[in-house]
Design a binder for this molecule. Structure first.
Ligand code: ADP
Ligand code: LRH
Length: 497
């Protein structure tokens, strides 16, 4: 049977990668052709994405993809992390450099927004979890600045890369839903929210959906990458988490997913949003998914906690080898100290081992000291946060859950997968690690007519072609209950409740 070769550009907060997939009606083979680090840059007191370095990584990756595919690609799709954007002037030139969601410029913006639009009303209109960096807060923080005033258009990061590759603009809906300016019921902008906050929706190019054409590679891109035209770019779930959820190899609908990379995004796929006050209080988000679905999930701090520990140890002259560290962590005392992986104290880049030890001390637990103890604390804490998110999602949506899927880079972390299975008390299926790239190419291949069917059909192809690992929920649940109580008590103390 003939196969077609597609490229997925997947930009994560820790690395960007270009993957090539050979897809046929019953076959799917993914190959990484280029990976490059994503290193933010602080300049003038502001934390930026190095967007041109990322774009260079994209071009290098497309050149490598062309080399792997004999110069011919059937299509390209782009996904990246959410919420961030670039501004263009009327000539289409980039104004300034996209700001990183971990920058502190949004401090005070949630309070400013709440003064004109109470959190209850904002949630009822947009269904988005309160995260201090949602695009809406970034825009309110930038209101009146020369840059925003000069802007003619605003492009979310994957739409910006797509614009540079094709010369055409658009706003892909799954990523637009992370701006907190979209109504998840209508799957369209919320003019009421924008008007109340004085934000101009005219900055956004028209909405497009996964599967829509996004333009052809420009001649200068073909020349630079050695690709033979025409090469179509197709809109995919351009929010990486939307593509990762397409890449969950589940059968049926009684599953929860945890996309674990820099963040852990844990929740359910639903066909309509849950906009209740209980859902807002539990800080659950209703992001939009592919094929009219809703991604009902909670953002959990994720492996950022470990990445930032590794960065700190390295800066302190004590670099760690990740596989050896994870082996040591597996032998460290379990559940000795745990932290709340939703604590905003962990959001910004800084000394993470210190912040973790401080959080343990604040909640009356022993301070982890060695890298192995700190790593065990991080992984136990993530497993607990995964459990809480899955239990809350079940209770708030009424959906039955019988299996948990872990996808993303964290699927390689066998200790995290095992701890998550034990904490939740349900079987865990781990993999694929590159779910976002797979979800990206599956949507392209379907749009190109190479494969057909709904998400269930795309997932069936994953089950027959990808390697998965299974984890049994063995062990003593009472230890996890007791640790969960410690976090709840700590949270209570910090809230003053
Ligand atoms: P993002 O897309 O947010 O950049 P990824 O999904 O690529 O993140 O996940 C990156 C994380 O996955 C790393 O920080 C690391 O913790 C984990 N990871 C990747 N490979 C391995 C591995 N071989 N063993 C253990 N953990 C791994
Ligand atoms: C994961 C992710 C997540 C967002 C965050 C900003 O890469 O897209 O879904 O909340 O980055």
């Amino acid at each position: 049977r003939p196969t077609h070769t597609f490229a997925a550009i997947d930009l994560g907060a820790s690395s960007g990668r270009v993957m090539v997939a050979r897809v046929g009606p019953e076959s799917l083979r993914l190959e990484e052709v280029h990976r490059f680090p994503n290193r933010p840059v602080r300049v003038g007191g502001t934390l930026h994405w190095d967007i041109l370095a990322l774009y260079r990584g994209v071009l290098d990756g497309l050149r490598a993809a062309g080399a792997a595919a004999g110069g011919r690609l059937a299509g390209i799709g782009i996904d990246s992390w959410a919420v961030d954007y670039g501004l263009l002037d009327a000539d289409g030139a980039l104004l300034g450099n996209p700001v990183h969601y971990r920058d502190t410029r949004t401090e005070g913006a949630p309070e400013k927004v709440a003064a004109v639009l109470p959190p209850e009303e904002l949630y009822a209109a947009t269904g988005l979890q309160h995260l201090p960096f949602n695009t809406v807060y970034q825009l309110v923080a930038a209101q009146g600045t020369p840059l925003l005033t000069a802007a003619d258009r605003l492009l979310m990061v994957p739409d910006l890369i797509s614009y540079w590759l094709t010369g055409h603009t658009g706003t892909e809906i799954t990523n637009a839903s992370t701006t907190q300016l979209v109504d998840p019921r209508t799957r369209d902008w919320s003019p009421v929210v924008a008007a109340r906050l004085g934000l101009d929706l005219g900055l956004f190019p028209p909405l497009r959906s996964p599967g829509d054409p996004a333009g052809l590679l420009r001649p200068e891109v073909l020349a630079e990458t050695g690709l033979t035209g025409p090469v179509p770019v197709t809109a995919v779930g351009s929010h990486d988490t939307a593509s990762a959820v397409v890449g969950v190899p589940a059968a049926g609908d009684d599953f929860a997913y945890i996309a674990t990379g820099t963040w852990s995004l844990a929740g359910l796929e639903l066909d309509r949003p849950v906009l209740t006050e209980e859902s807002r209080a539990a800080n659950f988000t209703n992001e939009l998914g592919v094929d009219g679905t809703v991604r009902y999930l909670r953002n959990i701090m994720g492996l950022w906690l470990l990445q930032e520990c590794l960065r700190t140890w390295e800066a302190q002259g004590d670099p760690q080898d990740l596989p050896a560290l994870l082996d040591d962590a597996a032998r460290a005392a379990p559940l000795r100290s745990v932290v709340d992986a939703g604590d905003p104290a962990f959001l910004a880049p800084d000394d993470m081992p210190r912040r973790i030890a401080d959080a343990c001390a604040r909640t009356g637990q022993p301070e982890p000291r060695t890298p192995a103890e700190i790593t065990r604390c991080v992984l136990d804490s993530l497993a607990l946060a995964h459990r809480r998110a899955v239990e809350d999602a079940r209770a708030l949506s009424g959906r039955e859950v019988n299996a948990v899927h872990i996808v993303g880079g964290g699927a390689h972390n066998t200790l995290l997968c095992q701890l998550t299975a034990e904490a939740i008390g349900l079987p865990v299926v781990a993999g694929p690690a590159e779910a976002a790239a797979l979800g990206n190419v599956l949507v392209q291949a379907r749009a190109a007519g190479v494969i057909s069917g709904g998400l269930d059909r795309l997932r069936a192809l994953l089950r027959t072609t990808q390697t998965l690992r299974y984890y049994d929920p063995a062990g003593d649940r009472t230890a996890w209950d007791e640790a969960a109580d410690r976090i709840a008590t700590g949270r209570g103390k910090e809230d003053g409740t």
